[in-house]
Design a protein around this ligand. Structure first.
Ligand SMILES: [Fe+2]
Length: 373
């Protein structure tokens, strides 16, 4: 399977299968006390969707009530003078649970954000300052989510299922290429989902983590076999070529709008918490959350799998190694969760196929769709 084959087919699949929802029938309400931010979002989204902006949560709630919930998406800043964005979201959730909620926040503390997510059933949070392109992608995902749950969503549900099944097949083909990496992407995905579920992330984020896990090494498709499977130690030049699989992975999926966030994480899955990773040397929470999770899962799986030059390490030794690297290679908060879940991780290691059905968000999404038919 060549790089251009995958690139072309993924892009074609998306353009053929997934319709674009860029029409003015979707009303997006944006709430922020920052006038410049409101204007920026208006410029960014106003051409495609009907936008209502306000700097008061009370005004936003009045508007939503007046429209009897005929709003598709509400984007709100967390820090609002009259009440926190999350309190407003709680009120919206009670009356209009179909409205999709996106929180903007400059608070990078994971615990606070997770609490906020749990309290008001958020679709996604976006850390400030955000890239315009990133917010556009999140909003597009939100509109799709709304369509999926609405009555006209069945066709889209079917097409989305086909799209993700194709991604899963690509991951299987990648894994099957080599006896040393057999099942690697699947296990990395599962270990990542174990960690992510402990963070109580919203479904949309679990879906993105699952996709990132399945595709994390897709860039290796472009690395020559003789380097990828060289039994001896790699020289510097060869190692640099292998490192390129991160940026190649991003380039491959970047052509697909719905995978742009995943692409950023493919690029970052070999970054280290202490800034000594690659390709950019990002540090701490500059590294996207999904990539920080995948890094732990990927390293654990590499250690507990046979390699041409060494046998697999035991589960116990691998867990100790991960623990030692907390704060250096890995996010210490995520390592803590990994250690707490180590028995579950070991169970999955010994029977990953069986656990996929239990953990896969995508599988569950499609099963629900079948039941609803
Ligand atoms: Fe990798």
């Amino acid at each position: 399977m060549s790089i251009s084959y995958i690139e072309q087919n993924l892009a074609n699949l998306e353009s053929i299968l997934i319709p674009s929802f860029e029409d003015k029938s979707h009303i997006i309400t944006v709430v922020s006390a920052d006038k410049a931010e409101l204007q920026n979002i208006k410029n960014l989204l106003g051409e495609k969707y009907t936008l209502v902006t306000t700097s008061s949560t009370k005004e936003a709630l009045d508007f939503i009530n007046k429209k009897s919930g005929a709003i598709t998406v509400v984007i709100s800043d967390y820090n609002m003078p009259d009440m926190p964005g999350t309190s407003m979201f709680k009120e919206i959730e009670q009356k209009y649970p179909d409205v999709i909620k996106i929180l903007l926040s400059d608070n990078t503390d994971l615990d606070t954000l997770i609490d906020a997510i749990n309290e008001c059933h958020l679709f996604q949070y976006v850390l400030k300052p955000f890239e315009n392109e990133q917010l556009k992608m999140v909003v597009q995902g939100a509109i799709e989510q709304y369509e999926l749950t609405s009555s006209k969503g069945q066709l889209l549900q079917d097409l989305t299922e086909l799209f993700y099944k194709t991604i899963k097949s690509i991951a299987h083909v990648l894994d099957a290429k080599d006896k040393y990496t057999h099942g690697h992407s699947l296990r990395v995905t599962l270990y990542s989902l174990v960690i992510a579920k402990q963070l109580n992330l919203p479904d949309k984020m679990l879906e993105e983590i699952e996709t990132t896990g399945l595709l994390h090494d897709i860039g290796k498709i472009a690395i020559p076999e003789e380097i990828l499977h060289k039994p001896e130690k790699l020289d510097n030049q060869e190692y640099n070529i292998i490192k390129d699989h991160t940026t190649i992975g991003e380039k491959l999926v970047n052509k697909i709008d719905r995978l742009k966030i995943v692409g950023v994480c493919l690029r970052a899955h070999h970054e280290r918490y202490d800034g000594k990773g690659y390709p950019k040397g990002l540090k701490g929470e500059e590294i996207p959350l999904y990539a920080r999770i995948i890094a732990i899962a990927d390293t654990y799986d590499a250690m507990t799998s046979d390699r041409p030059y060494r046998e697999a390490l035991s589960h116990k030794t691998a867990v100790q190694e991960i623990e030692k690297c907390a704060g250096a290679q890995f996010d210490p908060k995520l390592v803590k969760i990994f250690i707490e879940q180590e028995r579950e991780i070991e169970r999955i290691k010994n029977n990953s196929e069986k656990y996929y059905t239990q953990y896969s968000y995508l599988d569950k999404l499609f099963k629900n769709a079948v039941t609803k038919k």
